[in-house]
Design a protein around this ligand. Structure first.
Ligand code: NDP
Length: 253
């Protein structure tokens, strides 16, 4: 079992804000070199990279919904002679599109945008990570899923579907890739206090969400980073695991 990230390079999508930023911070603190992918928020990206412990970290602007951009990213990684040991598929989006309140066009947009980012882009990132890791003797892929995959997401049905799909992808790849010494697992958080959830955590709705946990609160991004780190340190026998990190707000059996 690993107990630090020394001499490891970790690629984190959405690695400069929210949960991804906390993951980048923790993995750098543990001695790893971070490649953090962001889409548009350059200021947060620069700030995040400059604040990471250690040296050699980089932020790369890649819209992961563009398959060719993911191709270019990995081509550049190979050209630079970098060996990526871990990929953390964390980037994700979510917005409301309840079936009884939106137009057919809005409904379709919900599904196409959310599935494209949360599932298809993650699958494309996995494809390239696998080709890279096979050449280098193995690696780890950790997908940041969601409690919503199990509990349902009535206001964001495409989000729940995307995360259920991500879980199924995790399990399929874990089986296919174990012979190649490539670990694949997922972390399934409940609500986390980031930009994505901030609006929903305000007022009475927010109180109700917090009350879902017996600790009467939601997670801080650092807590999800710690769970991700735990998985990153885990042994190969843990491959295929989907770990709930939701403050006992939703128990599945
Ligand atoms: P944030 O909205 O705070 O951050 C999202 C990150 O993803 C940003 O860094 C953003 O880049 C990046 N991103 C989004 N789209 C793209 C894209 N097309 N290409 C590249 N990067 C992109 O989200 P959270 O930190 O809250 O969420 C992180 C993950 O955790 C997501 O997968 C989410 O589904 C999951 N999760 C979150 C929960 C929550 O309550 N917050 C609960 C359960 C799971 P940029 O900074 O440039 O915009």
């Amino acid at each position: 079992m690993l107990d630090n990230m020394k001499e490891k390079t970790i690629l984190v999508t959405g690695g400069t804000r929210g949960i991804g930023k906390s993951i980048s911070e923790l993995f750098a603190l543990k001695g790893g070199t971070v490649i953090a992918i962001f889409r548009s928020d350059k200021l947060s990206a620069e700030h995040c990279i400059n604040s990471l412990r250690g040296s050699g970290h980089q932020a790369k602007q890649v819209d992961i919904t563009i398959p060719e951009a993911i191709d270019d990213l990995w081509r550049q990684i190979e050209k630079d002679g970098i060996t990526v040991d871990m990929v953390i598929n964390n980037a994700g989006i979510g917005f409301h599109h309840p079936v009884d309140q939106v137009s057919y066009t809005e409904w379709q947009k919900g599904f196409s945008d959310i599935i494209q980012t949360n599932l298809i882009a993650a699958s494309n990132m996995c494809y390239h990570a696998v080709q890279h890791m096979r050449k280098n003797g193995g690696g780890k892929i950790i997908n940041i899923s969601s409690r919503g995959a199990f509990r349902g997401e009535p206001l964001m049905p495409a989000y729940g579907a995307s995360k259920a799909g991500l879980n199924a992808l995790t399990q399929s790849l874990a089986q296919q890739l174990a012979p190649h010494n490539i670990y694949v697992g997922a972390i399934a958080p409940g609500f986390v206090e980031t930009d994505m959830a901030r609006d929903r955590l305000l007022g009475d709705v927010g109180k109700g969400i917090k009350a879902q946990s017996p600790m009467n609160r939601v997670a801080q991004p650092e807590e999800i980073a710690e769970a991700t780190y735990l998985m990153a340190c885990g042994n190969m026998w843990m491959t295929g695991a989907i770990i709930d990190v939701n403050g006992a707000s939703y128990m599945r059996t």
